[in-house]
Design a binder for this molecule. Structure first.
Ligand SMILES: [Zn+2]
Ligand SMILES: [Zn+2]
Length: 353
């Protein structure tokens, strides 16, 4: 089969790899119908995650058709249409029992990271019973690709951890796909104001169409002042960090109001300054989380009903074998006005069972 392979920092290739096989009785092998590229994949390609082995197939998001299942898999069979979760979970270990699938002792985020991933014609999914979701007939598979990672990530790490409540003033720093997912799902709780901050005017314009009530371009370095102005100097109730830089995390610390929640989503490669000299008396809460995908089934229902429309995040379409071109587009997101790209396999979708 063909797959997108990481060959060390800055080097990747769409090349021939052996088709995955069942290794454990709990595995499934899935034929990929649609997949996408995540910001995390760009970090891997740059070499920011040196633990990723050369020769690794990248990608942790997608939908497909079950090709084969191991003898212990009971919830899925050959021919089933499935959403692949970015998090693999056994469902049995201590962390899984606590709903922290991301810290599963035999899983967590391993797909396209510690084991071969979804940017390929086929992928092996360990603990298949607990790491995939059925797609009903007639569902929009493209929209459901957003359930593999970005929707649960934005919702669990941003909105749930931030404890967004009706009437809150919330700020989302970073209008990339995950920030947009937080923007869409925060509206379950009807915050009074949603301020989206980014340096890209196009993304801010898109954020407005997704429900942002205010947008601020932070390129001039005055975002904090503007937020304070908008909030009568009170600051926001919830600040969601969806970038992963010191400057954006410290912006959250500067705009958070008394009793507020700073919910970090961003993947941070460097330390940030904790401004306890201003925060010690403010009754604030700072949270961190790796997505557990415990809300995927709930989010699926909201997508199915049209309550949220993550399909609007998809800006570009490619065939799977155009993936190098897709990486160029996604890697140059500001100029290409890219949010999420969909990569589609050439094979026609088989008739549903
Ligand atoms: Zn991702
Ligand atoms: Zn587990």
């Amino acid at each position: 089969m063909k797959a997108l392979v990481y060959h060390g920092p800055g080097k990747k290739a769409w090349e021939e790899k052996p088709k995955p096989v069942i290794k454990e009785t709990t595995d499934a092998v899935v034929k990929i119908l649609k997949t996408t590229i995540c910001g995390t994949d760009l970090h891997i390609m740059k070499g920011d995650l040196p633990e990723v082995a050369e020769g690794r197939i990248i990608g942790h998001e997608g939908v497909g058709i079950v090709e084969e299942v191991g003898s212990s898999v009971s919830s899925f069979k050959k021919g089933d249409h499935v959403i692949i979760s970015c998090v693999t979970s056994c469902g049995k270990c201590e962390y899984c029992k606590r709903g922290m699938y991301s810290h599963c002792t035999d899983g967590g985020w391993i797909l396209g990271y510690m084991i071969d991933g979804c940017q390929a014609e086929y992928v092996r999914i360990p603990h298949a019973d607990n790491s995939m979701y059925h797609i009903p007939a007639g569902a929009d598979e493209e929209a459901l690709v957003m359930l593999s990672d970005i929707l649960p990530t934005g919702f669990e790490c941003g909105v749930l951890n931030g404890q967004v409540k009706p009437g809150d003033v919330i700020a989302i720093i970073g209008a990339g796909p995950v920030g947009m997912a937080a923007l869409l799902t925060s509206q379950f709780y009807t915050p009074a104001e949603i301020i989206v901050i980014d340096t890209d005017d196009n993304r801010l314009a898109v954020a407005k169409t997704f429900g942002a009530t205010q947008t601020i371009n932070s390129a001039d370095g005055k975002a904090v002042e503007k937020v304070m102005e908008l909030t009568n100097n009170r600051g926001v109730d919830v600040a969601i960090e969806a970038v992963g830089l010191a400057v954006t995390f410290e912006m959250c610390e500067a705009i958070i109001g008394p009793g507020g929640h700073i919910a970090n989503i961003g993947v941070h490669g460097k330390s940030v300054t904790l401004h306890l000299e201003t925060l010690w008396s403010k009754n604030i809460t700072i949270t961190t989380r790796l997505v557990d995908t415990v809300t995927t089934a709930m989010l699926f229902k909201t997508v199915q009903s049209g309550k949220i429309q993550p399909k609007k995040l998809i800006t570009h379409h490619f065939k799977l074998d155009q993936i190098i071109e897709a990486y160029d587009t996604f890697g140059n997101a500001a100029n290409e006005k890219a949010l999420k790209v969909i990569l589609e396999s050439h094979t026609e979708t088989r008739k549903r069972q």
